[in-house]
Design a protein around this ligand. Structure first.
Ligand SMILES: [Ca+2]
Length: 170
């Protein structure tokens, strides 16, 4: 037996052993094509959405479209009004008003009401008729009589103001 024959036999024996260990025959092996990309084109789409904040002219956080007074900044939605506006119905019940330059005329701590009159020194003052409004203080600590206050509240049917808050201005 030549060296070349012996080498061929060893290779054949080795291959047979490998196939037997693997439990498969050479005729049972099927080639599975590599799925790869299969010619598929991958497209990446980037969408940019720009959201424009609604216009808020006075910067109080209430958009102009829903702000009862878009040029007066008040996060609570209160709008400037005078006692005249409240007494003559220019601003109706339910209107959230901020009334400046009121002088506290009196306070009744039993009924929790008081009266405020527009200061004659106010640029809005046009005379005594209609210059005084009733202030329903509810749970608000009563202001001192004689002080000047700016009041925020909701116009009621009296007509007057259901006071939410006030600040002493003098
Ligand atoms: Ca606003």
């Amino acid at each position: 037996m030549t060296n070349s024959t012996m080498r061929r036999r060893r290779i054949t024996a080795l291959m047979s052993a490998l196939f037997l260990v693997g439990g498969m025959s050479i005729t049972g092996v099927a080639c599975v094509p590599d799925p790869g990309t299969g010619g598929t084109t991958t497209t990446t789409t980037t969408t940019t959405t720009t959201t424009t904040a609604p216009l808020d002219s006075d910067g109080d956080g209430i958009p102009d479209t829903s702000d009862p007074c878009p040029t007066y900044a008040d996060p609570g939605g209160y709008c400037p009004a005078t006692p005249y506006d409240i007494n003559n119905g220019t601003v109706p019940p339910g209107f959230r008003a901020v009334v400046a330059d009121l002088i506290v005329l009196d306070v009744d701590t039993t009924t929790l009401t008081g009266h405020g009159q527009l200061s004659p020194s106010s640029p809005a003052y046009t005379g005594p008729t209609g210059a005084t409004i009733t202030l329903d203080l509810n749970t608000v600590t009563a202001p001192d009589v004689g002080t000047h206050i700016t009041v925020r509240g909701t116009v009621n049917a009296i007509p007057g103001l259901e006071v939410s808050t006030f600040t002493v201005t003098g």
